[in-house]
Design a protein around this ligand. Sequence first.
Ligand code: ADE
Length: 257
Amino acid sequence: MSENPSPVIGIICAIPDEIAQFGSAFKQEKVTSHGGFAFAEGELEGKHCILVEAGMGKVNAAVVATILAQEFACKSLLFSGVAGGLDPALGVGDVIVGKHLIQHDYGIINNGVTESYHPGHLPIFAPSERFGYYLDEGLASRIGTALEGFELPMLSAEAGGGEARTPKLQFGTILTGDQFVNCTATRNRLHNELGGQAVEMEGAAVAQVAERFGIDWIVVRSLSDLAGEESGMDFIKFLHETAAGAAIVLRRLIRVL
Ligand code: ADE
């Protein structure tokens, strides 16, 4: 193991295609197993990192995030992966850095209508005094500086919606829930009611754990699909190409930690 004195950074992905994007840039030194998850320790961008594939969903993400904070004393938890796009202004391949993370499936259902609440709040009488997890302001400002003038590689014409184009890269609201969204009505509701740019299945659970441990979190998501009825097909078609975008941005952001 190298004698790298930098604070340990935990990097979580859900699926193999997301973690594979770090390739040989991640200099792996050793792997240990906790709770059946493989934690790979090594160096990325000159920083001491632990890279782990959590599997899909909030519980997997929370277990892995807790182990990273507790066992490995990580001072920040980063997530890199794909998401479904919700904002009509965005297309496949665009990348969102989460500024506000919401667990959209935590709350109450009244007469078939879902109302989301802050996790842990008793969702019956009053609205929660807070809603979701906000990116630390100092971190947001350093991320903004690190991404100034930064351009992602061009997307293929197929992913880019008919012509090769440079992906958009912006801050946004990311919604997390234990469902793959494959439904235009839900996509529209999540965008209109919660202002989400992207929907995925782990990010806000990582933010919740990081907040409990008083450590930083960053979630980066590239859009593999647009969460409508085509999303299952698009996810399979574009997963590999789009997952690269999130990993490239995350590698750039490691310098701000
Ligand atoms: N991750 C990638 N695409 C998604 C979608 N449509 N819904 C939830 N998570 C996703």
